[in-house]
Design a protein. Sequence first.
Length: 289
Amino acid sequence: MTKRGGLVRTTLLLLPVQVIFRAGEALLPLLLAYWFGRSHATDVYNFAWAVFLFAGSLVFSAYHDSALVPILAEAKLKEPASVNRICGSLLAYTWLIGGGLALLVAAFASGWFRLRYDGADFRLAIMMVPAFALQLMFMSTKTFFAATLSAHHAFVPYPVASAAGVLTTLLFIWWSKASLGLLSVAVATLLGEAVASLILATVAIRYFGILPRTHPLQTGAGAPLRATRGVGGRRRRGHAGEPRRRPTHGGPRGDGGRGDPASLFQRRLVAAHLDLAGHVLVGLARPPG
């Protein structure tokens, strides 16, 4: 099949899935208005979710706009053994930064809700905080695996997982709204993000072999990768008659094509981290409105 035919087929395959996903997203606020109407409780929910959504946008939106996808695509082509380590490092940073941000926002929101609300409104707002904080973690995990799958040219799992998450959210709200009230919305959205994250992680690990790791690269039967070192740790010599390449940068051994093959991707990984941090700073510096 030609590249054009493959592109057309992928587009036609994504279209109905995207329509279902977007329709579910558009249907959610309409159903919330139908089920709960307008009240102080709905205002509390909307404000509480807006606080956490702002914080979450600093984390999960960075993967959509960052250089992660082309970096992983290049790593997959040039050094496939480094992909899982890069993914493991990024996922660890995602959970570390996302978890810290979730705790920070939860503490800030709890104090702000204490000043803003009282009585039943405060109890509702404070009960939503744990669900929204956990939702940030699942949201960042979902977007991480979505970006990783995109680097492997797998574009269908994300809208499918998101549609499953929206469906889970709607079904749980419908089932529990009588007993939990508006608190069911916070719990339902948490469950929806958890389902979407689990689907994407399962697809990435089971079908694409994306298993995030943080230990050193391994090849063969678990032996450390020594692409440029011989027995005893000495530098491997070239074939007879092959000119020796002088190091160009990267320390005593340099990197100019003869150093550790993962060092290139380590530098690109640092660049990816800086890129993610840049998006956070831009989001903080952007004026409101």
